[in-house]
Design a protein around this ligand. Sequence first.
Ligand SMILES: Cc1ncc(COP(=O)(O)O)c(C=O)c1O
Length: 434
Amino acid sequence: MKPPNLKPETVPSPIHHTFGPHVDRRYLWNTIALSYIPWRYVRGKSCHQLKQELKKLLPGEPALFASGREALLALLRSLDLRPGNEVIVQGYTCVVVPNAMHAVGAVPVYADIDRDTLNLTKESVEACITPRTKAVICQHTFGIPAPVKELRKLCNERGIFLIEDMAHIIPDKPLRVSLPPSLGVGEAGDFLILSFGRDKAVSGIEGGAVISRDPAVSRKIAEMERTALHRKWWEVARLLEYPTRMHSIVRPLAGTTLFKPVVWLMQKLGMIAPVLTQTEKDGSMYPILRKLPNACASLVLGELKRLPAINDRRRTISDFFLHHGRKHGWPMLNGITQGLPLQKFPLFVGDAEKKRQMLKAMNIHLDDGWTGCVVCPATCNLNNAGYRWGQDPETEAASEQILSLPTHPTMTLYQAQVLAEKVDEWMKRIAVQE
Ligand SMILES: Cc1ncc(COP(=O)(O)O)c(C=O)c1O
């Protein structure tokens, strides 16, 4: 049965997380238009304009870099961390986060997560604090708000910096776990990290920002931003080809026998830049900071202009999964509430990997790099990331069972319904077996 007002003919196949989730017609035309003005690839007014927009959205002094990981590196450098200083971060994070810590000689200390939010808790952070702790990085995993009010209080008491990692969410309106005067996402941190990667809250294909609320630190970061290297114009040209490749090659081929060899070949020929290099998966980070290219800033500006619409789409799909899941007894996270513009909608299921493989045969691609890993993706070197197996049991259990459903701006409600019916089938089967 199809829900009312959903048009099956508008379903763009396939269902996916990573085949250009922001790339709709408007995004595509923006990048094509930008590709015809190569003199604006690297330099232009967009970076300045983007900073003005960010200031309106999130108070503080923004600085722009070529990626979120470089923004984090600039921030950690500006905090004058000494070798052996510790930074608390949650298990179930991206490998680039501990890499940035290692690049400044700091030690990542992994705190366990709350399985209902996939985020840090005050208790798990408190258990990790030592005299060497300098900062806590609090991630709003997939857009689920972390308990920032409690963490703010704890960091104030212990004299520790609080960094909010907002790679997965940029709120268009206050997003709080409880009513004011509670603090919302992006309101509690001394510093905020944003990512404009291709699958993130908003996309400039690549890019990142740090927002500082400490004037002395802001000055140091501004100097690093000023002296960062420009990206080469041909690198930007290659980035601008990404939306067309996703829209015209990858998505149409998904589900066919040509998909795997063509994507492999495109990667080998450098036609699709990897999100993570092998060096990064092995636990190191390139130490040179690069500026955000003007063309990427221009794409982010376009996305910020329609942030309410982007987040509304995420809210609609997240709410659909939430209500459907409640009605059909899905094993959901209690921390997901109505009205959240989630980056993706996580569920806990048994045999998550087997289910993803099964769905692939139906042209449903749910591998997003955040499955079966405590420091993600699963192909990264856990030892080099500084994680010891067994240290965070909640994180390890959650990461094994997680299966996330897409909620991105090009996902349709009809696709969400198709996916929901698949999950219902599993639930029925499990109920029969029990
Ligand atoms: C939680 C988190 N923080 C930071 C980053 C870094 O963002 P970027 O890819 O722009 O370097 C990522 C990227 O995957 C992330 O998932």
